[in-house]
Design a protein around this ligand. Structure first.
Ligand code: C2E
Ligand code: MG
Ligand code: MG
Length: 651
């Protein structure tokens, strides 16, 4: 990138312009590639294009300048001057454009405007020295034969270019993390290769190698940094999530930047129904539409039908405009002919730094599954809060596991046939000294996601074994204890072995334990579930189906699985007869009555959860429901309290 080291070439020595001519072809090839192959819409491409323009001007002017300098006797002085000035000014400016390019890559172009301006000062000095040359003749001059010669100030210009390069090498190495390895390598390659001809030309000044080597270096950059193969989604052809990550690195440095999310739900479903190829082609259409419609903002394909648009310094009005356009377009179908689909879409605006503090959180929001039905707006604050709550719960679970502070409570189950409490459900409790009671509905799903449910399940199981053993429950009329089994536990190969070990340790009969499986679990992974239950059944466990009627309507699994008891979800009871005594719609009562009857006819024992009032208890008695569970009898309580309770109610 330094100015070609021109040494007076007097007598029979001529500047060789062949390398410059080759450089012109290399440059033209790069320009063609960028303009026609890749499109020049991206900003960094434009800066790169700027470098190409400058190097091209430098090449052309070097060729003509050298021809003129080789043949001053046949050339007008002003023509010779013209090319020399053009060459020196464009070639020196290129160093600065290269600096801009690097700044852009590390995200300085907005955040550190001032630095960009300071960086321009040496160039300005360069240009002032150069263009005042007609007055002082210290940069270059001609002898009486018209031979082009360098003056003293030429070396100042030379030194400035060199200092730019030294600084940029340092800058690139310092920012290597933000740049990523291949980018750092490409930039360092460019700079190194620009130094080579400087050395060569000290010995062979007539070979004008500089620009040729620089154009080769630029080509290296073009095919690594600019080719974008690593940052473009092969499916949709727009930038991918890796590119978004780089953009977010930059956006978090600046202020007032927003990211718009646009999600299409359930891509798997569409892939299966209309086939991958058709769906990909629809996604391509959507991406193309977004890319064009949201221009000048950049659109990213984050996978699974989730898109993001990076909006720097956007106003609310523009967001509204984008929202309206998106909603309007998504009300219409995408695709062609029989594969024309209307998608529901979820729209969200994340104010970076304000709503979300880390890139990790941004990706959490991007990846969170779509949960709306038609055009819905994502509540970013809510989503971030719930994510952060999840992270907190995860921490509290870890802490409770470490401190062995998980507790197991017991809730009595009342039998219609004996009029007594004949069993209990074990329910896990997480009580944190700082955050208080965390409800299982909140921590169980988190524990299922990160796998700690296996350990928790083990703790609950052991506590139940201990309880049965120590509490001499049989004497108080308790036949068995219900233990909830998570689907994640059912996936574990060690489940049977660990249960066996525990039963052995406490010398317990597995018939004393009834395992509850929720209806939602039966809706997924049926094969594994059936296998696990079969194995456990052989050990001697019995099973209940929990939360019956909560919406997983496929009941064919009930035929395959050996349930003894079906636990009807409290919502079914409450719809028929609420805890506050309100009678629900007539159909709700019919549904409850018939469900109980049907299940009994099928040979199951039926339990209804959520019995809170005497009216509910009496209703269920009328319906011949076998078991009842609910606050009317007792809330879940600690084991000592439960033992005292039994002594009173079962006396
Ligand atoms: P579940 O198995 O359906 O347990 C019944 C839930 O209903 C319990 O909530 C219980 O406190 C509550 N409940 C019982 N009677 C009434 C009532 O009359 N009114 C009202 N409003 N609620 C009543 P809990 O203890 O919060 O547990 C929630 C869920 O967490 C459980 O639902 C179960 O799916 C899960 N869970 C609890 N402990 C464990 C465990 O150790 N392992 C696994 N895998 N899941 C557990
Ligand atoms: Mg249960
Ligand atoms: Mg339940």
């Amino acid at each position: 990138m330094s100015p070609a080291l021109y040494v007076p070439c007097g007598g029979d020595m001529y500047y060789h312009i062949e390398y410059d001519i080759a450089a012109v072809f290399v440059t033209l090839f790069m320009a063609y590639y960028i303009i026609f192959k890749k499109g020049i819409r991206r900003h960094d491409n434009r800066v790169f294009l700027g470098m190409l323009v400058f190097i091209f001007l430098a090449e052309i002017s070097d060729i003509f300048g050298s021809l003129a300098n080789n043949n001053p006797q046949f050339t007008y002085r002003f023509v010779q001057d013209f090319w020399n000035y053009i060459y020196l000014s464009t070639h020196n400016t290129m160093v600065y454009v290269f600096a801009l390019y690097i700044f852009y890559l590390v995200g300085y172009e907005k955040a550190k405007r001032r630095l960009l301006i300071y960086m321009g000062i040496p160039l300005l000095i360069d240009l002032i020295l150069l263009f005042s040359n007609p007055f002082h003749g210290q940069v270059f001059y001609y002898d009486e034969n018209g031979t082009y010669l360098h003056g003293r100030l030429f070396f100042v210009i030379y030194a400035i270019a060199l200092s730019y390069m030294v600084f940029l090498v340092y800058f690139v190495i310092r920012h290597r993390k933000g740049l990523t390895k291949p980018r750092t390598a490409a930039l360092l390659f460019f700079m190194t290769i620009s130094f080579v001809p400087v050395v060569v030309q000290i010995f062979f000044p007539m070979y004008l190698l500089t620009l040729f080597f620089e154009s080769l270096g630029l080509m290296g950059i073009l095919f690594t940094i600019e080719s974008k193969d690593d940052v473009v989604s092969p499916t949709t052809g727009i930038l991918n999530r890796y590119a978004l990550q780089l953009a977010l690195d930059r956006a978090f440095v600046g202020k007032g930047n927003s990211l718009i999310l646009i999600k299409i739900p359930n891509l798997n479903y569409y892939n299966k129904t209309i086939g991958f190829e058709n769906m990909d082609s629809i996604l391509r259409r959507i991406s193309k539409w977004m890319d064009e419609t949201y221009d000048p903002y950049t659109c990213y394909d984050c996978g699974r039908g989730h898109f993001a648009v990076m909006c720097e310094g956007i106003t609310d009005d523009v967001v509204d405009e984008i929202r309206n356009k998106t909603q309007e377009r998504f009300e219409k179908a995408w695709g062609k002919g029989e594969f024309s689909l209307v998608f529901p879409v979820q729209f969200g605006v994340i104010k970076l730094q304000e709503d979300v503090k880390t890139i990790e959180n941004v990706f959490m929001l991007i990846d969170a599954p779509f949960d709306g039905k038609t055009f819905t707006e994502l509540d970013v604050t809510d989503a971030v809060k719930s994510y952060e709550r999840g992270v907190l719960i995860e921490r509290l679970i870890d802490k409770a596991l470490k401190n062995r502070s998980f507790q197991v409570y017991f809730q009595p189950i009342w039998s219609y046939h004996t009029g007594k409490v004949n069993s209990a459900e074990a329910l896990c409790r997480l009580v944190d000294d700082e955050y208080g009671m965390i409800p299982p509905d909140e921590f169980i799903p988190v524990a299922e996601r990160n796998g700690s449910i296996l350990e928790i399940g083990q703790i609950v199981f052991e506590e139940v074994c201990r309880f049965i053993k120590e509490g001499r429950l049989e004497e108080c009329g308790i036949e068995y204890v219900e233990v909830n089994l998570s689907v994640v536990q059912c996936m574990s190969k060690n489940l049977k072995r660990s249960f066996d070990e525990m039963l052995e340790k406490y010398t317990l009969d597995p018939a004393r334990i009834n395992l509850e499986i929720t209806e939602s679990a039966t809706a997924q992974n049926q094969k594994v579930l059936i296998d696990t239950i079969d194995v456990l059944k052989d050990t001697g466990f019995t099973f209940s189906l929990d939360d019956y009627g909560t919406g997983y309507s496929n009941i064919s699994y009930m035929y395959d699985l050996p349930f003894n008891i079906i636990k009807i979800d409290k919502s079914i009871l409450w719809k028929a007869l609420g805890p506050d005594g309100t009678l629900g719609q007539k159909n709700a009562m019919i549904y409850l009555e018939n469900t109980i009857r049907m299940l009994k006819d099928m040979g199951y024992d039926v339990l209804v959860e959520g019995v809170e009032t005497l009216e509910q208890k009496m209703l269920l008695e009328e319906l011949d429901c076998d078991y009842q569970q609910g606050y009317y009898y007792s809330r879940p309580i600690q084991k000592q309290v439960f033992a005292d309770y039994l002594r009173v109610v079962n006396a």
